[in-house]
Every structure is written in C-alpha cells, then in structure tokens.
Design a protein around this ligand. Sequence first.
Ligand code: IVH
Length: 654
Amino acid sequence: MNQSEAKKRIEELKHQLNKFDHYYYDKALPLITDYEYDELYNELKSIENTFPLLITEDSPTQRVLENTITGFNKIKHNPKMYSLENTYSDNELSNFLKRIKKDTNKINEFIIEPKIDGVAVSIIYENGVFKKAISRGNGITGDDITNNIKTIEELPLVLEGELTGELIVRGEVFFTKETFKELAETYGFSNARNAASGTLKLLNSREAAKRHLSIRIHTVITGLADTDNEILNKLKQMKLPVIEMTKIVNSAENVIKTKDIWKEKRFELPYETDGIVIKLNKLSMRKKIGYTNKSPKWAFAFKYKPENAITKISSVDFQIGRTGVITPVANLEPVQLSGTIVKRATIHNFDEIKRLDIQINDFVEVEKSGEIIPKIIKVIKEKRNGDNTFKIKKPKICPSCRSELIHYNDEVALRCINVNCPARIEGNISHFVSKTGMNIENVGPALIKQLLNENIISSMSDLYKLEIETILPVERMAEKSAENVINSINASKDVPLHRFIYALGIRNVGEYLANILADTYKSIDKLMDAKYDEMMKINGIGDEVAQSVIMFFKNEKNREEIENLLKNGVNPILQIKRNILEEKKFVITGHLDEFTRDSVKRSIIENGGIVLNTISKETDFLIAGENSGSKIKKAEKMNVKIISEKEYLQMLEK
Ligand code: IVH
C-alpha cells in the first residue's frame, strides 16, 4: 500500500467507524457486530502505524470516547482508568509474550482471567465501608453511580476484616446469562452488555435494583501483596466478589494452551466473556515495564473470534417459559457451527424481531454466545428476493392452554397468566430438575414432557413416586435407562438447602438469593414461615424479593407441594460454607464404622462435595468400607481413587 492508497483507506475507515460509533453510543443501535467493528478499527490502527503522518486528531483511534451522562455528578478517577490492548490474532499474542520476555529479561509468571463482557467501574471503600462508585467515563472522569452500584447484591457494603484507609477496586458489572434471559423477555433487551450499561445510567436506582446486576472485581489499586493472585485471595477474604476462574502459568506455551482450552471452558461461567486477559502476576515486574498513554504494557487481551454460520429460518415456534413469558424460537435449516449441528436459535423477544426485521424464510447469521442455543445476530437482506419471505405474527392465544395472552403494564413481554397452563408446569419441573436446582441427571425436558403428556406425573413431587415399572411404558425407555432415571432421582434427595430453594422457582430468587435465604433461615420450615419485616432486614434482600417469597409460601398449593416433596424423601440439608471437597464426586460402598450411609452423604454435601450412586469416569473418590463388593473392581478399572473411611476423615481435617 502506498501513501495515497493509505490515505484513501484511512478516510473510508474513519468515516465508517464514526458512523458506527454514533449509532452505538448516541442511538444505542449497534449497526454491526463487535467483531466487525474491531476488525475495521484494527485495520485503521495498523495503517496508521505504518503511516504515522496520516494520523489526524479526529481518528477514532485517537479519541477517548465521552461516555458520561447528564444528571450524575462527575468525579475524577485517581489514578486514571486504563484500557487494554487487544487482538484476535495468535501472532500478536505471541508478539506480546515475546516482548514481555525481552523487557523483563526473565521467565515470567502470568495470571490469566476471562475477559468479562461487561461495563468497567471503580469502587472506593473507606475504612472497609463502601463509599463511592464511579463509571469509567473517559478514563479520566466518570459519573457518580454510587446508588446504582449499591443495588448489587453480591457487593458487601462493609468489608470483612479490620480495614483502615482507602481501598480502590475495579471490576466489571454485567447481567448473568440467567438474569439477562429474563430481562430480555420482559424489557425487550437484545444485548447483555448494553443492558448493563443502560441500567447503570438509570437515575432511578429502585428501577436498577429490580434488574439484579452482578459484578466481579479484577483489579485493586493499592498493592495489597506482591502478586496478583495473592491480592485476589485477600479480596476474597474481604468478601469481595472476585473473578472465579484464574490460572497462573509460567511460560508462553502455557498461555497459549490455556487460551485454547478456555475457548470452550469459558462457556461454563454464568456470564458472557469475549476473551481472556493475560497479566504479569508479579507487581514488581509490572512496575518495571509500566504503561503507555492508554494501557498497561504488562497486560494484554486476547479476544475469541465469534463463530458464525449462515442458514435459513424455516419456521418460528412460540415457547412458554415457567413464568408464562412467550419467547419466539427460530427453527433453522440445520447448519454446522463450532462442532455442533444447529437447528434452532433464540430470538430474545418480539422487539428483537422488529429490530432485526426477521422474517420466515430469511437467511440469517447465527452466533454461538455461550447460551444453550445460539442467537440470531443479523438478517442477510440481500438474499431476500421478491416475496419469498413473510412476517412473523405475534400469537394472540397461548399455544399450550389457549388462554388469551397479555402484556403487563408496559412490558415488552407477552405472557400467559394461567398458572395451570401445562407448558408453564413443564417449565417449572424442568427448572426444578436442572443442574443448579435438584441436579437430576437423567431427567431432561424431553422426558418431563413425555411424563406429563402421558399423565404419569403432574407435579415435581410426583417424580419421587416414580418406579421402574411406571416409566418403562414411556416411548424409547429401555430397562437400563429407566433404572438410571430412578437412580438419579433417588440420588437427588439429599440436596443442599440453597439448591432446593432455588429449584422451587420462586420469582426473583436466583442462585445468589437462594444462598442468602438458606444461610439466614437454615431450614425450609423456617423459611416457609418467614415474615416480611424480618426479611427486609437481611442485607441483599429488597421489597420485591421479600414480597415474592412471602407470596410464594402463602399459596396453599405451593405449601402442599413442598410437604409432598419432603414426604417423598427429599431432604434439604443446610450446606455449611466449607468447600474443602471442592465439588469432588464421591461414591460410597461397604460398611462404614463412624458413619451411617445417610450421615456420610450429609457430611460430603456439607463440606462441598457431591454424592453419586454409581461409579463412572467422572467419579473422583470411592469411599470403601468393609465388605465392599463389585464397586472396587469397577473403580480400579476406571482409575477412580479408592479411599478408606479414615482417609476421608483426614481429607476433612485439611
Ligand atoms: S484488567 C488496565 N481483567 O476489559 C485495565 N480487565 O478491553 C486492566 N475487563 O478496561 C484491566 N475482564 O474493563 C481486566 N479479567 C479482567 C477483565 C477486564 C474485562 C475489561 C476492563 C478493561 C477492558 C479492556
């Protein structure tokens, strides 16, 4: 490329990027995907690097975006909030690692974290008490968003420990995938990061509180220790919600290895991520190599290229969630996307149909975003020809129970308000058995649908009455799978109290609040008789949550269902906050001296382990007592570690 070609291309890119920025920031209407934006931005940056004389002040690469709003006080950041250099390219990542090696002249330790797709904030504690929160703004000055940040349940208002002086921490605010799904349905949001950013800009923090923002802290300003991972541990002890997935590696090869493994592993996190952040672990090394004007030289972000595919929408179904919200789901012509065949895609809500102008028979681009099914990100309009596509009509009646659908207040969501709607019952039971609920492994949505359709069950508690013989007649159910179903239902009976509370599907009570309720009330009986006033005194619980919990337990049908669950053998156990066993999976066999079968199970669960009935490759330990039978052989064959009762007790003493 010669100078005049470069000049021409720079002008084109500047023009395009400025237009996209205007739509994104001023109109909240992203015209292209983040990836497409980054590609153009990086192209501009690289041409400017080669022809530095062509850089002008109005170039998007030179501009710090003003992203503050009227209505909030402005506060200066001290020190300023930097951003990160980022890339999608393996080559550039290698160059970064090489540069670090050269600059520090040493083999270095790196800490790797997921790059959360959220909104950056800075939070100030004084003597351990929450004082202020400031949005990123332009990095130099931000908005005082204290009141909105205070609504984040995970963030303590008082830190644990005897703390003096000022502590400035920085992190990302976001909606978890689960919360966002509900918000997208009710409010018509289409993008989790934009929704979080919009929520932080609300002047009415009561409205912000209703939406349940989350946060993870990744940075502290004052050095609390010599290395980043020690700092994160200290923050954790203070009860700050720090990033839960970190890895320390000490070679460039292992950075690359982790990058490749986390490409998929990151989807296990409860929030969306778009890459990884690699930072030098030792603070002394960071100091040595310092900062550029915009970003630290000791850190780097690698972003994963989103995987897309193009296919055709053949029809649209309307799914009814457990809260009655109707969500459109597109049926697609099957297409290969990152190793799986995709047949369906979510369309979050009816506004999304309008926003993207989605029609039946349209060709669309689908993207894997960490949800169970991918989402539609754009319609390829050029592929429409003549009148071969047609509009998606909003349903007027519930496709399951045929009652009339309504819009609550000014919600975007279309709802079925019939609590006896079969589809809603199905949704409730699916939620009940889910991994984060009762975790009943071999019972999925398809089986639940069959059991309901054939009138074998009509409620959650009916699951615990099932026997092999009763489910054998179900289509495609072989003896072995029937046995697995019954085994996993039985194995779910001893359940941590917080998971049981979550599984009940009380409105507004997600995993986090279920934990708080379990810690406070300590048993399901006590929670069932909770009073509104006492609940309002609990840190992290507001009016809306308290009301929905009280309403839920006031309902006779719900009380009866809980009684039935307990009568049928479900045994919610208060999980003491010890995670010594780190979710390791245990199987028990033979006769034990110190424990009964029930008490050893209880002990495993209380210490953060998981009890399974049968040995599989996933099992971590077999606790073998006297007269152990065939399980020992199986464990040996599958390389499962076999331990005695005494060794188990020693594990708890750690
Ligand atoms: S460390 C000097 N760690 O990504 C900034 N940032 O694109 C050091 N981000 O401005 C930041 N996840 O707001 C760090 N695990 C993580 C992160 C993270 C997301 C954000 C951060 C930063 C932006 C850069």
